[in-house]
Design a protein around this ligand. Sequence first.
Ligand code: ZN
Length: 299
Amino acid sequence: MSRFGCIEAGGTKFVCAVATGPDEIAATCRIPTTTPEETLGRAIAFFTELAAAGGDLAAIGIASFGPVVLDRGSPEWGRIARTPKPGWSGADIAGAFGRAFGVRVAFDTDVAAAALAEARWGAAQGAVAAIYLTVGTGIGGGTVVDGRISRGRRHAEMGHMIPARHPDDRDFAGTCPFHGGCLEGLASGPAIQARWGAPLSALAADHPGHAIVGWYLGGHAAGLMAAIAPDSIVLGGGVMETPGLIDRVRDAACAADQGYRATPEEWRRIIVAPGLGSRSGILGALALAQDLVADPAGR
Ligand code: ZN
């Protein structure tokens, strides 16, 4: 059975694992994301030790924080693109592992990989088109159609779409350094903290923040439905762990849609919590590696 190296490369930590399948994860380790040299070095050391003990890896899958360069025709492929995160602009993540182990590396965004895992093993099984959207420190999403990640040469930036303003939220400038009041600038964890001084889950149940954040995310879901027509929209990330928020998002999506694309009952089935919980990222990396071995010509 093939063994795959799996890496969930996050902005605060790297999770590394060796797996033969979604239920056979042999070893994992967590490495704080500090400098590229230190973090990549420690991840390579982890896989080197395991490879020495148990044989070669068939491929390595990396589900990375973004922005990343995904154009296979670019000399920059596999690198972190320009980012405010100190030291990481241009960091060659895929190349570091490819050179260290002499295997092919599959590389995509953490959210696209999570969409792949949720469609294969999680809450979006059976969907022809599925979107995974994370709402946490940032907001981002990935799309899977017919079991494959769907995108152009670049990855999507769903969190940077500009929503209509909630009537009770017109005075807040937004926290996105690029756009101010894009979705991420209005509904991410830092935007909630900047507005109301606490995480959403810490605000009283009758605090208007719940309705405002639900309204933005529901409107976004209705927009995604209009653009992509997904069967499933999986909402992950820390903000979505707020009790009751997913129902507010469903109600707001339904209200924005006005019954045009889906009934209230259908919206409840379309907008779902992750089936894989916090494992969607690392299992996404596994799915990327599996697909690369199954279809070496794929990206
Ligand atoms: Zn933005």
